[in-house]
Design a protein. Structure first.
Length: 254
């Protein structure tokens, strides 16, 4: 089982080593910014037999497992297939009370996670969601649950004392302008442990409603990200800025 290359903070999220486990090979949400849909990433989960439960059994204990970074683990098909639940049950069963690892579930459908698997969360199993703005933009996330539904589900988990993390990535000009308001909403979640900020990657290859240059992205990030980080500090939110976003503060390309 190979280690994950996802840039997550060791002090806030990751215990031990970080492993990425993909449950479903494809994703029905079809988000416009998803780099996993690009042809040169399509071989990450190769054709042929693939059993995520067997993959879960091979992950060494006392580490952190991220489920899953390349497709959503709580698509509608999970209601019938229950692959994500099977993976979680294996990972949890392998732990004992001395377990020092962590399970991070990242989904745009935390409400389905709540409805199907709320009994599996807590005790080191965290729920996370991707939010790129405080409003739903169907040009960018055509089939994902609305932002309002995601926030409602995170509130349910928070009230149940389940640890939460939020991924604000990719930050997209024209779409992410209201992140400050989003942060004020997230601050109301008592069990929010970390907010992750990330850049828009592969913007030249993605089919977005707008075209950007690196210089344009840098100008937007320089004008907004520092304000959002300052707001995080004011609101008492722990945060992490991923490497790809940090690089915009030190380099420029015309």
């Amino acid at each position: 089982m190979s280690l994950s290359r996802v840039d997550y903070p060791k002090d806030l999220l990751v215990k031990g080593r970080l492993y990425n486990l993909t449950v479903y090979r494809d994703c029905c949400f079809k988000c416009a910014y998803c780099w996993a849909r690009l042809p040169f990433f399509s071989t990450r989960v190769k054709k042929g037999k693939y059993d995520p439960v067997e993959k879960a059994r091979k992950i060494p204990p006392c580490n952190t497992v991220l489920i899953s970074f390349t497709s959503d683990p709580y698509q509608g098909r999970e209601k019938e297939e229950r692959k994500t639940r099977a993976v979680l049950e294996v990972l949890i069963k392998e732990r004992d009370y001395d377990y020092d690892g962590r399970i991070l579930v990242l989904t745009k459908n935390p409400m389905l996670a709540w409805l199907l698997d709320r009994d599996l969360y807590g005790w080191g199993t965290w729920i996370g969601s991707t939010l790129i703005s405080a409003h739903t933009d169907r040009r960018i996330e055509p089939f994902a649950p609305s932002v309002e539904e995601r926030l409602e589900a995170l509130k349910l988990f928070s009230d149940a004392d389940v640890d939460i993390f939020v991924s604000i990535e990719p930050i997209i000009p024209h779409v992410s302008d209201d992140i400050g308001y989003l942060l004020s909403q997230l601050a109301e979640l008592d069990t929010l442990r970390c907010v992750i900020f990330g850049a828009l990657n592969y913007y030249k290859q993605l089919k977005l409603p707008w075209k950007f240059t690196k210089k344009q992205l840098q100008k937007y990030y320089l004008a907004n990200v520092p304000n959002w980080l300052y707001l995080c500090k004011e609101l008492g939110i722990d945060f992490y800025v991923k490497k790809e976003l940090r690089e915009y503060f030190f380099t420029v390309e015309v």
